[in-house]
Design a protein around this ligand. Structure first.
Ligand SMILES: [Fe+2]
Length: 305
């Protein structure tokens, strides 16, 4: 794995390297700093009068889950969030006419055993491509508050070209949306939702833990194996992640190799154009449809009825 640090290469060259398993680390850009400042403001308002990094020492876990259930969607749908992502993408060399992104998520990783499921799910090792992400998807990740090596995220680069027996064949994106996503805040103690997991023992070493500054983002392919580091530090980690795809790669079906993903459905309809937040052209999305969208569209209608 190559790690490019504050590299100035073009976005076209960068994506090519990401699809080969490289990682890109960026210094905090002005809009990334604004996005993190917005997130900090919302977090501090939500947990007032408690200090966000040690809120787990003050609040019962159910109360914390309730607050996160309001805070996280508020951040995702805040009008400024999309605006700052636009700024950040431009500052980091992406062409907004061809770059599409999904709304940014806020994640938390609490110390010890405090709230590991549902709204604060601690991700086991996985590739996003097990969750119906396309192979041209690029993930962006950055800390909202200072992080350390005990509460960050880990990448497992030895699995880049090494298949793992996994449950992705049981995963369909539309089914997941239908059954599970709305209920995340309810899974306080244990998470019963079916997620694609490794189905054989994994070697999690060697692993790479990137410990960046606040708003210092890094990019990696959706096919990269990654996990939440068990938080053995005394403080909570807050982070932002979002995903992008590039229109040329979507249309030309360019991306990382598939070594072991067998899920159905696609997240392709979720990405918003960098300029005006429109969806990808219907004919581009159609390249990734497999028929399950019809099956679950019927199921959704039946459920509502
Ligand atoms: Fe992930």
């Amino acid at each position: 794995m190559n790690i490019y640090i504050t590299s100035n290469i073009s976005d076209d060259d960068r994506r090519e390297k990401l699809y080969e398993g490289s990682i890109f680390v960026h210094a905090p850009s002005p809009s990334a700093l604004k996005l993190c400042a917005l997130a900090q403001q919302l977090i501090e308002e939500a947990f007032h009068p408690y200090e966000p990094l040690t809120v787990q020492e003050k609040l019962p876990v159910e109360e914390c889950a309730r607050i996160l259930g309001i805070l996280k969607p508020k951040f995702i749908h805040h009008p400024k969030s999309k605006e700052y992502i636009q700024g950040m993408l431009t500052e980091l060399g992406c062409d907004l006419e061809k770059t599409y992104f999904d709304v940014p998520r806020m994640r938390t990783a609490f110390p010890g055993d405090y709230l590991k499921s549902g709204i604060a799910y601690a991700f086991h090792p996985h590739r996003d491509t097990w969750y119906s992400a396309p192979f041209c998807q690029i993930n962006w990740w950055m800390p909202i508050y200072p992080i350390n090596s005990e509460n960050c995220m880990a990448l497992h680069p030895s699995y880049w070209d090494r298949p793992v027996k996994n449950g992705s064949s049981q995963y369909n994106y539309y089914k997941w949306n239908l059954d599970s996503r709305q209920n995340a805040a309810q899974h306080v103690k244990a998470d019963t939702r079916i997620q694609p997991r490794p189905e054989e023992p994994m070697e999690l070493e060697p692993q790479v833990r990137l410990v960046g500054d606040v708003a210092g983002a890094y990019q990696f392919s959706a096919a990269q194996m990654h996990s939440t580091v068990p938080n053995t530090s005394p403080v909570t980690r807050y982070s932002i992640d979002f995903r992008t795809v590039h229109l040329d790669d979507v249309v030309n079906r360019v991306g990382a190799p598939n070594v072991d993903s067998a899920c159905t459905g696609t997240t392709m309809a979720d990405y918003l154009k960098g300029t005006d937040f429109s969806n990808l052209p219907a004919e581009a999305i159609a390249l990734y449809l497999d028929g399950t969208e019809i099956e679950y569209a019927f199921a959704a209608v039946t459920k509502k009825a």
